[in-house]
Each structure stands twice: as C-alpha cells, then as structure tokens.
Design a binder for this molecule. Structure first.
Ligand code: C2E
Ligand code: CA
Ligand code: CA
Length: 635
C-alpha cells in the first residue's frame, strides 16, 4: 500500500462522551483499518455496532482516502478544536457530533458554535434516540442542508461512506479556492504566487542543467490612459487580448528559435496586477536571446473587439533580469521590475536589462508615491510656461502651463513619471485644480501688467475630465480669479476624446457654454475618428511632436501633417504644432498652413519669472518684422 500524502488526508472531528463509541469510530477511521483483514473487521463490527452482520466493511484500496481524525468527549472541547483548526488553516471536513453529552452543553449548542466558526464544515448529527427533530435543529444550525443525520447504533459502512463523501466534498471546494487563487480571473493566466512557485522550480532546474533563465517584467505603456479613454469593459477586454498575444508571441518564438528551450509552458506567462505581466524564458543558450524576445514583445498590435474598430497599438516597457546560477525567485522578480522602471524612463516600448546600479534609483522610485502624498500641501509644485507663437504675426498666442515637482532629496521629478502616479492615487484631482488656479492667477497678473501673453493652456488629465465636477470647478476658479473665460484653454488628449463619446460631448458643450476653449493634445498618433471629432466643440488641434520631428524627411509624417492641417481648417479648427526644435521644421509647418508653433527652437518651458522676462523682450521687439522676431527668438 502506498503512503498517501498528508495533503490528501480528510480531517475529521469526532465528538462523543461515550468512550466506547469513540473507540468504535477510531477503528473505522484509523489508517490501520485499511490494512486490517476483512474478518477482523467483521469481528469489530459485531462487537461495536450491534448489527446483524449483513453488510461488510468496504475492503481497503490503495487509493482509499486517508482520514486524519481528532477525538474529543465534550461540546466545549469540540468547539475549541474547530477554532484552532481554522486558525491553523487546517479545517475539518466534517464533524461527527453526538447530541446528548450530559453533563454540560449538548450537541446542538456545539453545532451552533461550530457553524459560526466554520460555515463550510459538514456536521453529522449523531443520536441514540430516534426522537430528534431535524426541523428544530436545522433551524438552530442553518443551513439545514448542510446537516446530516446518523442514527445510533450505526453501521460502520455508513460512517465510512459519510466520511468519504463529505470529505471529498470539502476538499473539492478547497481545491476550487486554490485554483481560483492560482489563476487570474480576468485573463486566466497564473497569478504572482503561482508564478513564484514555478520560478523557484525553474531556477533549480536551470542550475541542474546549467542553463540561463530570464525573467521579463512587461508593463503596458499608458494603459491607464487607454483604460480611462476606452472605459473599463473595453479596457478589460484589451488586457485579455494583450495577455493572449504575449502568450502566442512566446509560443511562436519558442517553435522558431533554436536558441531557446522547449516550448513554453502554461506557467511561463503570468499576470502580476493591472497591466503588468511577467514572462519566464527557461533554457536560454545565450542571454542575448532574452533581449530579442523582449524586443518583440514591446510592440503589440491588438486586434479590436468590434470588426469596425481599428487595431489598437500597444507598447510595453520591459525589464529583463537574468539568472545564470542559483538565484532567489523574489529577488529576480524585483530586479526585473527595477529594470522595467529604467526602461520606462527611456520612453515607451523600450527594453532594459537589470544591473546593480539600478537598485539605488529604484528605491527612490518606489518611494515616490509616498512622497507625492502631501507634496501639494508642502508647496513642492510649481508651474512652468512654454509660449505658443502665432506664425502669421510672430506674437505669443498663448502660454502652456506645465507642472513641475521638486521633491526634497530627489530633485526634479519628470511629469511623465509623477502624473501617472498622481492619476492612480487620485491625487491628480487636487493637484490639477491647483495647477488650474495657479495658471489662471498668473495669466491674470500678466494681463494686469499689460503683457501680451495671449491665453493660458492647462493640461487636464482624463481622471479630471471624467470627474463630474469638472465644469463646476473650472467655472469656480475663473470666477474666483476674475479671468475672462476666453483666456483659458484646456488641453485634453486625443485618446480621451474618442471614447465615452456622450460624456465627452456633454462636458465639451458645457465648457464651450462657459466660454472656455479646448485643444486636443498629442493629435495624430491615436486612433481618431474624424467624423466624431467634427461633432465635438473644440477649438484647436495640437499636432504631436513625433510627427513634427519627422516632418523634414518629407515622408509619411509630412503627409499626415498636411492632411491634419487641411482637415482642421475645413472644420474651422486652429492647429498648433508642438515640439518644434529647428528652423526647418518651422518652415515646413508654415508652408503647410499651420497656425501656431511651440517648441525648444523658440523657447523651453520657463519658470514664471523667466517667462515674464521673455514676454517683456517680445514686447520690446514689437517693432521688428515677423521673421526677424522669430529669428531673434531662435537665436
Ligand atoms: P504634453 O502636454 O504633451 O506637454 C509637452 C511636453 O513636451 C512638455 O514636457 C514639454 O516640456 C515638452 N516639449 C516642449 N517642447 C519640446 C521640444 O521642442 N522638444 C521636446 N523633445 N519636448 C518638448 P513636460 O513638461 O515634461 O510634460 C510632459 C507631460 O506631462 C505633458 O505632455 C503632459 O501630458 C503632462 N503634464 C504636464 N503638466 C501637466 C499638468 O499640469 N496636468 C496634467 N494632467 N498633465 C501635465
Ligand atoms: Ca499639453
Ligand atoms: Ca502634447
């Protein structure tokens, strides 16, 4: 007979004040029983269960369940046993509970308490009297269908059958719970804890076979923004499809690549949380292969849910950690996440390999969220202003307010880094409102000083835009500051506009009614639907700097810019090109009829004082010709 693992044991509590009955249970349920000969059991049966000897005990089988039984002789002791079993996370599958146990509390008393401690446990009510009323006890110890009745004197076969049937019922339920924790409900991928176990085994195996393994930490770029724009249902669907795509890409790689191992197992791709996935490459012959695989995973083109929609291009930032010998699974995972953050800092769709110098930087990165709490109250934020120039007149048409955060001990933290954090934590609402108020106050001050600053443009995060209070907040700030509404422009991103059509349209209409204008930021790289765009009351499109940067090549980007400008003009919209870094770009944009430009060529974003000095210089040069003004600014 094989020795079954203790994990397979069915835990049973037997409660009876009669020592002889306890002994009878012991014989039926003890492991020894399974090896005892049939005749010995028959003998036992005759002695203890007062039966006529008609039925025989089932014979022991190699795969028969094993019982782990605890015996006690009183109601209070039984309740205590159930409590400690639950505390140790080794709950009983069932309790055989005698009803009459004088002196002291009876079985019904114990049943109530046991049910309260462990709602899942099966209770078998045992009584020597046939007068027990199941309705009464069922009412005291609900649910009634989780109570079973066993009449004394009982047959050993009954006891075993109940023990087996009820025991398996509970372990099935427990297995279901474990499976649930092992797999992510949304994507069906293994969870972090299951992945860690798999990683531990894989490390041992890699040490044995002298292979390298790599852990890839995959974080989808801007997913929060996409999720907010698409809505959560579509966001979930996108995550599901992205997870399948990662798995499929990996499978295809595994069949193609001679360089790395046997086909990937189901456990090699896991979902950590949100938009973060983890990929394990085992049996690497050389570490560069990990980089090549990671590179392929950085650009995922996800087929859309509806046939009419465009495919969604997702990029992922990936951190790679390698284990060439023995390694700690948790540490490896942490290293890959540190590398991922390093990849993020380089931009979207990048891959970074972990190295030790990254650790120090990462520690600060992890502390960032904590530092962001209270940063507003401590006055750590500031606004810088970047001018937008009118190409026809060379004058300042507006100032874009850009948030700056200086964290004590860390220095300047890029908005690309802290804005997503602020969005995740909801801190963007107070921070965004502060930026709005500050920007309006600044513009008001410049106007009071007769400085020609045009309008002020304030970036609004999708989280703010989705907030029902957005219009009321804007109206209140304008009133409080005393700024005419036409001097305020809000910049919202292209992806936001394209989803949640009704909400967006309503908010935009309300803002227009207030007299505030709206510009669509980062235009030309998202998934815009032009017909929809034409229905929105917006004033301006801001051409994304990636298109501007490529314009000199006169290739596809130049064509897109030409198309955007003519389309915008046809819709009565103005166009600002952002990220203009050289004169060539500026001329190309002017030739394409773009209205305004913004970028390092003319001015970086400046602290308020420097922005003011710039406005004064421009005022002084008002006499110059337009081209001279632009040239003098560009240096
Ligand atoms: P954005 O709205 O697209 O802002 C333009 C970014 O491009 C700014 O980066 C600006 O400094 C940079 N830039 C301007 N001209 C050039 C150029 O010629 N070349 C290049 N390479 N870059 C240029 P910044 O200030 O780091 O802001 C990054 C992003 O953070 C912004 O992108 C915006 O999405 C967000 N952000 C900044 N301030 C706020 C804010 O107050 N609220 C919200 N919700 N988001 C903000
Ligand atoms: Ca902007
Ligand atoms: Ca932009």
């Amino acid at each position: 007979m094989t020795t079954p693992s203790p994990a397979a044991a069915i835990r049973i509590l037997v409660v009876d004040d009669d020592t002889e009955v306890l002994a009878a249970y012991r014989r039926v349920l003890s492991p020894a029983t399974q090896a005892t000969t049939r005749s010995a059991l028959d003998e036992l049966r005759k002695r203890l269960f007062l039966t006529a000897g008609a039925a025989a005990l089932p014979s022991a089988r190699a795969d028969a369940p094993v019982f782990e039984t605890v015996y006690c002789s009183g109601a209070e002791a039984a309740v205590a046993e159930v409590g400690s079993a639950c505390a140790e996370d080794r709950p009983f599958a069932m309790v055989f509970l005698d009803m009459r146990m004088p002196p002291g509390p009876d079985g019904a008393w114990a049943a109530e308490r046991i049910r309260a401690i462990d709602p899942e446990v099966e209770i078998v009510v045992c009584t020597a009297f046939s007068d027990i009323d199941p309705v009464e006890i069922g009412a005291r110890v609900p649910p009634a269908d989780q109570l079973f009745y066993l009449q004394k004197p009982f047959h050993p076969h009954e006891v075993r059958q109940l023990a087996v049937a009820l025991g398996e019922r509970r372990s099935r339920a427990r297995r279901r719970i474990l499976e649930f924790e092992d797999f992510d409900a949304l994507t069906g991928l293994p969870t972090r804890s299951r992945f860690l176990r798999h990683l531990e085994q894989s490390i041992e195996e890699a040490v044995r076979t002298a292979h390298t393994l790599a852990v890839l930490y995959v974080d989808l770029d801007n997913f929060r923004r996409i999720n907010d724009a698409l809505g959560h249902v579509a966001g979930d669907a996108l995550l599901r499809r992205a997870s399948h795509l990662i798995r499929d890409t990996l499978r295809r790689d595994a069949t193609l690549g001679e360089n790395y191992g046997p086909p990937c197992s189901e456990d090699d791709v896991a979902r950590l949380n949100g938009d973060q996935f983890i990929v394990l490459l085992r049996h690497l012959r050389e570490s560069q292969v990990a980089g090549a695989v990671a590179q392929r995973l950085t650009h995922l083109s996800v087929a859309p849910a509806e046939a009419s929609a465009l495919p969604v291009s997702l990029t992922a930032s990936i951190g790679v950690a390698l284990a060439e010998g023995d390694a700690d699974a948790e540490a490896l995972l942490r290293q890959s996440s540190i590398a991922m953050y390093a990849a993020k800092r380089r931009g979207r769709g990048e891959v970074a390999f972990y190295n030790d110098t990254m650790s120090t930087g990462a520690q600060t990165r992890f502390g960032l969220e904590a530092r962001l709490q209270g940063a507003l109250e401590r006055g750590e934020f500031d606004l810088h202003y970047q001018p937008q120039f009118d190409l026809a007149t060379g004058r300042v048409a507006g100032m874009e307010a850009l948030l700056r955060w200086t964290a004590p001990g860390l220095g300047r933290v890029s908005p690309e880094e802290f804005i997503p954090l602020a969005e995740e934590t909801g801190l963007i609402l107070p921070i965004g409102e502060w930026a709005l108020r500050r920007a309006c106050q600044q513009l008001r001050a410049w106007h009071d000083d007769d400085l020609q600053a045009g309008r002020v443009a304030v970036n609004v995060s999708p989280v703010q835009f989705m907030n029902p209070a957005i219009c009321a907040t804007v109206a209140a700030v304008l009133r409080e500051v005393g700024l005419p509404p036409h001097l305020l422009e809000l910049e919202i991103t292209e992806s936001l506009v394209m989803k949640d059509f009704e909400h967006t349209k309503r908010v935009l209409t309300d803002l227009r009614a207030l007299g505030v204008s709206v510009a669509i930021d980062d235009f030309g790289v998202g998934y815009s639907n032009l017909r929809r765009l034409s229905e929105f009351p917006v004033s301006r499109l801001k051409i994304d700097r990636s298109l501007v940067q490529d314009i000199e090549s006169l290739g596809r980007s130049a064509t897109i810019v030409t198309a955007i400008v003519s389309m915008a003009r046809a819709l009565g919209l103005d166009v600002v090109a952002e990220g203009v870094e050289n004169f060539d770009q500026l001329l190309q944009l002017r030739d394409r009829n773009c209205n305004e430009v913004q970028g390092f060529l003319l001015s970086r974003a400046l602290p308020a004082m420097e922005a003011e000095a710039l406005l004064r210089r421009i005022a002084d040069s008002a006499a110059m010709s337009r081209t001279m003004r632009l040239r003098s600014l560009a240096g």
